[in-house]
Design a protein around this ligand. Structure first.
Ligand SMILES: NC(=O)c1ccc[n+]([C@@H]2O[C@H](COP(=O)([O-])OP(=O)(O)OC[C@H]3O[C@@H](n4cnc5c(N)ncnc54)[C@H](OP(=O)(O)O)[C@@H]3O)[C@@H](O)[C@H]2O)c1
Length: 247
């Protein structure tokens, strides 16, 4: 059954975009939420939406690149809810640029936010899942981590790194009934993609077999499935939610 009733889910980057839609979808499917991001006001607004759906929501300000802030948030979540069943590593950024001109700070920021954060959040949450002998970890990678994209060496490397990380951790924790999977979205309409100029956008749409850009809820549906009881025999996989742009 696609059901996450009574489960507690931590979603990083839950203040907007795919993370917000994912948090709302998990709440609709019955989960209580822990919402992490840096923008406190936005997190509070998402928490209020979740509470209106009849579920609990705990907004916690945390920069996922800072180990102490991740640990403090996970400790607070455990204190308030007593358990953590689901972790969605969704926080991410882009700092696009051609390699020859890419500044070291743009390389580091993308690797730290997109990849090191996955290491930090998994390390903080895993002890609780191991003790409970139950867990669902879902890492948001990208089609660009699978097929590359000019101007995104830092982003593509971080997202390809997530795929390797997902498979390695899936093997490490499978015996404890913890699954670890990745979702690779294609082109999804959010703040991250609205910077594209109209010409590039139309070219992209023309290359998508399903003929449209995706929405946050397309990705959220995949997260809810992988977080559910129904997906208990799926681990170490990459679920492509991309309109067919990469098969
Ligand atoms: N949109 C797409 O087409 C697309 C395609 C493939 C993959 N993805 C991936 O999907 C995920 C979500 O993307 P999106 O499009 O929804 O992006 P978005 O609208 O820009 O949202 C990014 C989220 O990450 C949070 N975040 C960024 N840096 C953070 C940090 N250091 N600490 C904590 N939170 C941080 C942001 O919150 P604060 O700013 O409040 O901290 C925000 O909630 C990303 O991993 C992205 O790479 C997106």
């Amino acid at each position: 059954m696609i059901d996450v009733t009574e489960r507690v889910a931590v979603v990083t980057g839950a203040s907007r975009g795919i993370g917000r839609d994912t948090a709302l979808a998990l709440a609709r499917a019955g989960a209580d939420l822990v919402l992490l991001a840096r923008s406190e006001d936005r997190l509070r607004a998402v928490a209020e939406e979740i509470e209106r759906l009849g579920r609990r929501a705990l907004p916690l300000r945390a920069d996922v690149t800072v180990a102490e802030q991740v640990t403090a948030a996970v400790t607070e979540a455990k204190r308030q809810y007593g358990r953590i069943d689901i972790l969605v590593n969704n926080a991410g950024i882009t700092r696009d640029g051609l390699l020859l001109r890419m500044k070291r700070e743009d390389w580091d920021a993308v690797i730290e936010t997109n990849l090191t954060s996955v290491y930090l959040c998994c390390q903080a949450v895993l002890p609780h899942m191991l003790r409970a002998r139950y867990g669902r970890i879902i890492n948001i990678t990208s089609v660009l981590g699978q097929m590359g994209g000019a101007g995104s060496t830092n982003y593509a490397a971080s997202k390809a790194g997530i795929i390797g990380f997902t498979k390695a951790l899936a093997r490490e924790v499978a015996s404890r009934n913890i699954t670890v999977n990745a979702i690779a979205p294609g082109f999804i309409e959010t703040a991250m993609t609205e910077a594209l100029d109209e010409k590039r956008r139309q070219e992209l749409i023309a290359s998508i077999p399903l003929g449209r850009v995706g929405e946050g809820r397309d990705v959220a549906a995949g997260v809810v499935f992988l977080a559910s009881e129904a997906a208990g025999y799926i681990t170490g996989q990459v679920l492509n939610i991309n309109g067919g742009i990469y098969m």
